[in-house]
Design a binder for this molecule. Structure first.
Ligand code: SAM
Length: 289
C-alpha cells in the first residue's frame, strides 16, 4: 500500500514494514499479479508483486547470491540450469557468472512482468536476458516441468512466497518436487527460496517435509534481508551431493577456479549457512493456517 511518501509492505499477517517512498515508476496489474516498480528512500529501485517486496537494489545481492551459489557450487560441474520464477533476471545474472554453465533456462509465468523488468530493472538483470546461454520461457513452471523432456544439473526455484499469491503455491508441493526430480540429472541439485520460517512456521515445515520425501540430502539455511523484514529461508537438496560437506576453503577455491565474483557469499558465509539453526516462531502458528 502506498500513501504520500511511504510504502507499507506486509511482512506477515500482522507485521508490516514501512519504508520511505521516493517515486513510483510502474503501477500496473498483469494477468497474474499487481506490479509496482518504485524508488525507495533507503533501498533504491524495488520490485513489488501483490504488495510484497521481491527485490531491492540495495540488498538483492544478499538474496540472489545466497539463492544461487551454494547450489551451483554443490554440483561439481553445473552445465544446464533451470530457474523457475526469477522475473527480474537477477538469479539468471548470478547463474551466468559460472563458466561451467552453457545453458540457463528461466521459466516465468508472467511475460508482462519480465518485459517491465527488462525496461526498468537493468540494475538487477544487468543484461542477463541477452546472454546467448539464456533462454526465457513464459509459462507456468508447474506445466513446464510436467511437459519438458529436458534434464538439468541444477534447478532454482525463485518464486513468490509459499504463503504468498496463489500462482506459486503448487510449486512448493511434494507432487511438484517429484515431477521436478525427473527433470534433474541423477546427481542434480535443487534449491528453493521458501519465505520465512519465523513468521510462517507451518508453511515452512510443510514445504521442508515435502522436499524431504523426495530427496535424500536436504539442508536448510537463511539470511536476513533488510527490505523483507525477516530472514529469508532456503532449502537445498540432492540425492547425491551434500553442501554441508563443502568446507570454507573448498568454496573459496571453487569461487576462485570459476572466477565467480560475489559481494557477499564466500566460504565463511557458506559454513555459517550450513551451521546456523533455522528459527520457527510458535506465536505465529495461529496466523499461518
Ligand atoms: N526474487 C524474489 C524474492 O526475493 O522472493 C522472487 C523472484 S521473482 C520476483 C518471483 C517470480 O515468480 C515472479 O516473476 C513471478 O511471475 C514468478 N512466478 C510465480 N508463480 C509462478 C509459476 N507458477 N510459474 C512460473 N513463475 C511463477
Amino acid at each position: 500500500m502506498f500513501s504520500s511518501m511511504i510504502a507499507i509492505e506486509p511482512v506477515s499477517r500482522t507485521v508490516n514494514l514501512i519504508a520511505g517512498l521516493r517515486a513510483v515508476l510502474v503501477n500496473t496489474k498483469t494477468k497474474y499479479q499487481s506490479v509496482h516498480i518504485v524508488e525507495l528512500e533507503e533501498f533504491g529501485k524495488a520490485l513489488i508483486l501483490d504488495g510484497l517486496i521481491q527485490s531491492t537494489q540495495a540488498d538483492e545481492f544478499l538474496y540472489h547470491e545466497s539463492l544461487v551459489h551454494p547450489a551451483l557450487l554443490t554440483h561439481p560441474n553445473p552445465k544446464k540450469v533451470l530457474i523457475i520464477g526469477g522475473g527480474e533476471g537477477a538469479a539468471l545474472r548470478e547463474v551466468l557468472k559460472h563458466p561451467t554453465v552453457n545453458r540457463a533456462v528461466m521459466v516465468d509465468i508472467d511475460g508482462e512482468l519480465v518485459e517491465l523488468a527488462k525496461k526498468y530493472l537493468e540494475v538487477m538483470h544487468r543484461g542477463s536476458f541477452n546472454d546467448p546461454r539464456s533462454e526465457v520461457i513464459i509459462m507456468d513452471g508447474f506445466k513446464y516441468v510436467d511437459e519438458s523432456k529436458e534434464v538439468f544439473d541444477v534447478a532454482i526455484l525463485d518464486l513468490t512466497d509459499p504463503h504468498g499469491p496463489e500462482i506459486a503455491r503448487a510449486l512448493y508441493s511434494k507432487d511438484f518436487y517429484l515431477k521436478l526430480a525427473r527433470r534433474l540429472s541423477h546427481d542434480g541439485v535443487l534449491v528453493s527460496q521458501v519465505g520465512s520460517s519465523f513468521f510462517f512456521p507451518n508453511t515452512y515445515q510443510n514445504t521442508l517435509n515435502s522436499v524431504r520425501e523426495v530427496f535424500n540430502v536436504v539442508r536448510e539455511y537463511s539470511i536476513w534481508i533488510p527490505s523483507f523484514g525477516y530472514a529469508c529461508n532456503f532449502i537445498v537438496a540432492s540425492n547425491v551431493h551434500d553442501p554441508a560437506k563443502l568446507s570454507a576453503s573448498n568454496i573459496d577455491n571453487l569461487l576462485r577456479e570459476r572466477n565467480v565474483s560475489t559481494k557477499f557469499y564466500c566460504g565463511k558465509v557458506h559454513t555459517a549457512f550450513m551451521n546456523l539453526p533455522v528459527v520457527l516462531n510458535d506465536f505465529s502458528r495461529d496466523f499461518d493456517k
